[in-house]
Write a protein that binds this ligand. Structure first.
Ligand SMILES: O=C(O)c1cc(=O)[nH]c(=O)n1[C@@H]1O[C@H](COP(=O)(O)O)[C@@H](O)[C@H]1O
Length: 287
């Protein structure tokens, strides 16, 4: 008997956003946040922080996005906390987007793909962020691994940090910007799912802080896939900014908020209320 193909990530994400609201909450255990929560900047504090967020939100929000760097800083014991968080969050019904921003040459990219997109792996996630700046084609092992596993990939395209412009706004010899090239390549990866009327599994990262930049760059945000939108809250953007940045593509936007929600911890009810308010504000503008 053949094993049925896994449900594609884009389809699972659309269902989660419809059922739980369009919000991704980042798990970013900054040392300053650990201190604000009365926790030590150590593995015990990391574990308590992470478990508090997962227990409070994994049964309620569509996506949780652990930022790998804040776990890697504690070495293997930090990664052990991350592994547990991914497993517990997925068991509670949240999709997990591993924020690792990995990018390397194709053969090495295959190892990164195995780390996050192999269902047998201890860090297997529903999606992972990747960097296309070794050439979009270098991402092929991750794109293929995601397709095989029913997982997704979010490629950086127009990031929320001001420094991103020097690379992303650069113009290639054919006159297109780097950002527009990444977005067009993602649209091509989503073509098969789009042809079936499904949300694609290959997303772009586009900061909510951009204002009208994308259009000026000839960047088409209608990639038939999800658009991860960080920058709301601590970086100054608000849900009200989303229509101006994303236009008609706003329906496929998955806003990502870390500090703007996490600062309401460690009280679980306060975390839930903050996430709920944020999801409601996004839903109001994304209609
Ligand atoms: O890939 C990301 O999530 C990301 C892309 C981007 O353009 N800007 C950006 O801030 N992020 C991530 O979003 C998180 C910051 O969220 P805030 O605390 O809400 O500002 C960090 O984990 C960043 O790495």
């Amino acid at each position: 008997m053949t094993t049925p193909a896994p449900t594609p990530f884009g389809t699972r994400l659309r269902a989660a956003m419809d059922a739980r609201g369009p919000l991704c909450v980042g798990i970013d255990p900054h040392a300053s946040l650990l201190a604000d929560w009365g926790l030590g900047d150590d593995v015990a504090g990391l574990e308590r922080f992470t478990r508090t967020v997962v227990d409070a939100l994994a049964g309620r929000v569509a996506v949780l996005k652990p930022q790998s760097a804040f776990f890697e800083r504690f070495g293997s014991r930090g990664i052990a906390v991350l592994e547990r968080a991914v497993a517990d969050a997925r068991a509670a019904g949240a999709l997990v987007l591993m924020d690792a921003k990995r990018g390397d040459i194709g053969s090495t990219m295959a190892a990164y793909a195995s780390a996050y997109l192999d269902p047998a792996g201890p860090l297997f996630s529903d999606a992972v962020t990747v960097s296309p700046y070794l050439g979009f084609g270098s991402l092929r092992p991750a794109l293929d691994a995601a397709r095989a596993a029913g997982a997704g990939v979010f490629a950086l395209a127009l990031t929320s940090n001001p420094e991103g412009a020097e690379v992303q706004h650069a113009v290639r010899p054919d006159g297109t910007t780097v950002a527009a090239t990444v977005l067009a390549a993602l649209k091509a990866e989503n073509a098969a799912e789009a042809a079936e009327g499904r949300l694609g599994s290959y997303g772009a990262v586009v900061g909510a802080t951009l204002g009208g930049t994308a259009h000026r760059l000839g960047a088409d945000l209608a990639i038939d896939g999800p658009l991860l939108a960080p920058g709301i809250g601590a970086q100054g953007a608000t849900p009200a900014d989303l229509p101006a940045v994303f236009g008609a593509a706003v329906r496929n936007v998955l806003p990502s908020v870390s500090r703007g929600v996490l600062r309401h911890g460690p009280d679980a009810a306060s975390l839930v209320a903050a996430a709920s308010r944020m999801a409601d504000e996004v839903h109001a503008v994304a209609e």
